[in-house]
Design a protein. Structure first.
Length: 243
């Protein structure tokens, strides 16, 4: 039989931290709000739609719902944590609506949505007085948001696969562009016409490329390849697409 889990930080603070008392309620809500404030600031500084207030409101409400469930479970036997489960579902729906496709066929808001959902879970763990779990998960969340993008960029820059946003002066140049790409040792995995630019006078595409040429794999970065493609007379604009 499993022993009842006692959070190390709550145990160090004393019995009051694990009970539903005024001091414990205040601590749990303030901790959830403070951690959400830090995450919200990080997202707002990068100009994401879901910013400071959104993160704080969702995390605080999650913490409150968990405390209500914990309180009811002390009174009612076999109580199912309805409010906590509803919170997770509601936040998941909100996060789904935050994910958008830009005019360049790029997914926007996916990381912010995942961070928002994670913060709602932090609110639940804080509301349950699992302070150690909350702080460890928060530290990992901040590492994912702040440090991992640099490592992710490092990996992407060394990948044999990348995607570009391509604007040609006319659709008649597409065949010539494809021929040039193949001569350079690149292979087109997928090419999609972007309808958002239908009336712009340009032919705009999202192109997924793979590096097959041995020389390109050894010496050329994505940036250098794109810079070379920019010199083509019929290319109006080209850039690598980032998620």
């Amino acid at each position: 039989m499993l022993e009842h889990y006692v959070d190390p930080i709550a145990q160090a603070l004393g019995p009051w931290a694990s009970e539903i008392t005024f001091g414990s309620i205040t601590l749990r809500i303030l901790l959830a709000a403070f951690l959400a404030f830090i995450v919200g600031c990080e997202r707002s500084s990068k100009r994401h739609a879901a910013g400071l207030r959104t993160f704080m409101l969702i995390t605080i409400s999650s913490s409150i719902n968990m405390m209500i469930d914990c309180y009811i479970s002390q009174i009612v036997q076999n109580h199912f944590y309805i409010l906590s489960a509803t919170t997770i579902i509601a936040v998941a729906i909100i996060c789904t609506n935050c994910v958008l496709y830009s005019s360049r066929s790029q997914i926007k808001g996916l990381t912010t949505s995942a961070a928002l959902w994670t913060c709602s879970v932090l609110g639940l763990t804080s509301g349950a007085a699992f302070f150690t779990v909350t702080l460890v998960a928060f530290a990992l969340l901040m590492i994912c948001l702040s440090a991992m993008p640099y490592f992710e960029t490092f990996l992407k820059n060394r990948s044999n696969h990348f995607e570009v946003h391509l604007e040609l002066k006319s659709s008649q140049y597409l065949q010539e562009f494809v021929a040039t790409i193949r001569q350079l040792g690149l292979f087109i995995d997928d090419i999609e016409l972007n309808p958002a630019y239908a009336n712009s006078g340009l032919s705009v595409y999202s192109v997924a490329l793979s590096i097959h040429g041995a020389e390109l794999k050894k010496y050329k970065t994505h940036k250098e390849i794109i810079e070379a493609l920019k010199t083509l007379d019929y290319v109006y604009f080209i850039e690598e697409m980032r998620s």
